[in-house]
Write a protein that binds this ligand. Sequence first.
Ligand code: NAD
Length: 501
Amino acid sequence: MTITTDLLNNYVGGAWTPAAAAVGELDVVAPATGATLARVPLSGAADVDAAVAAARAALPAWRDVNVIERARRLFALREGLIARQEDLAQSVTAEMGKTIGDARAEVARAIEMVEAACAIPTTMQGRVLEDVSRGIDAETIRQPVGVCAAIVPFNFPMMVPFWFLPFAIGCGNTFVLKPSEQVPMTQRIAFEVLDSIGLPPGVVNLVNGGREVVEGLLDHPDVDAISFVGSAPVAKLVYERAARSGKRVQALGGAKNHMVVMPDAVIEKTAAGLIGSAFGAAGQRCMAGSVVVTVGEAHERLLPALTEATRALGVGDGADEATDVGPVISCAARDRIRGFIDAAVEAGATAVVDGRAVAGDGLAEDGAFVGPTILDGVTPEMAIAQEEVFGPVLAIVRAETLDDAIAIVNASRFGNGTSIFTESGSAVRRYRHQVEAGMIGVNIGVAAPVAFFPFSGWKDSFLGDLHAHGPDAVDFFTRKKTVTSRWFSDGQGSGTYFVER
Ligand code: NAD
């Protein structure tokens, strides 16, 4: 991809616009090399105002564009994104670090979100019941919520914004996106595509920045709905502050995902699933499994295969097609993750694979690399078993029975995703029934979002009611209006629903 040290623009009212009220600037740093890719403005209150005003001004005309035409814009968006698919993937790898294969998969998932949103003329339909009383009908229609804003994390620069944007505009809302200031470049490409598909100015807007932009959106009287994805403490803050100003809000937070391995699991495939989950995207997925709970003799069966396959993983620049594990997002994240491993070893865990001092040919000195790490002998009360590390670190905890394993999983304050590896239908049935999490994998390491289904966690991993995408997206991005009607002129509307005085 082209490296530019330009200061990135915002996209407001259909035009690329410099931040007029920036409170600062940051380097966008490639995690594999430490090179500066661009500079990002930390936009200020006036920039938020300008974007929200553009979105508000565009709202009446956009909601009056017929829904079939709105869906056609989404078809055009799909085509435009497909044409830039490889640019988008290269950008994800350059600014976030994940491997190019993983980045291509992320872009494909984002395009699937647009495909799901193309069904808006069907999914946005209301419902009608004839004759709630004689000659009286009741119907519920759905209308857009208004100006919707999304605040997103660094780990999926392309996909997470698209959990919201296509559904929001398909339902007739206008939209303001605040990308992560650590990875703002991929959305620049996505917005170049959005700029080319004939949307009226102001339907989609992008404001680069950090906390000031977030707080500006949360407090803004002209923003009606907030979608947030990020860490648990910020999710809580966003949820409380947006609710205080009367907004509709969904806030997806952090995770600590457990993967339970039963004694009858198919070991080779299970090890591959665990490794993909724990070390894919260098452990920086909200669905990454970070604790394996082995039940009974699963521990002895699993460990040799798991450690051997982990040692064989190649760490390097994600742009190299041969790399299995890319860098983490920044040197600060690398140092934090190493600190978690140090503390776990000090607390009594054994690093059976230790990635703290990863080195090798082709690893840039300024790269943010941590090798895949497996910690055995972890107990549920250790910090490494409880806190989100968000790096390539897998903790192994032993349990005697499935019930013990379920108790360990359910003791977590998080409930994003969890997996069970077994060939036993009854174990799966019990696990699915009892476990407290929003996304469940059965012999699947990453219970990844599927565009056509709702996606979210439970407990501290999610604050709100309506999950992301799938049918929940239409519920989140529309308001329901129920109309009861009768007609007098031909004498049919003779019923009464309530006794009228
Ligand atoms: P983060 O919480 O640091 O940042 C998320 C967004 O919030 C960014 O846009 C950032 O600018 C903004 N922000 C950060 N601190 C803020 C503050 N004090 N006030 C207002 N705004 C603030 O998260 P991150 O490090 O970018 O992303 C990683 C986290 O996201 C992990 O915890 C991961 O589990 C979580 N995540 C969750 C999901 C999910 O579906 N539940 C998906 C992806 C990532």
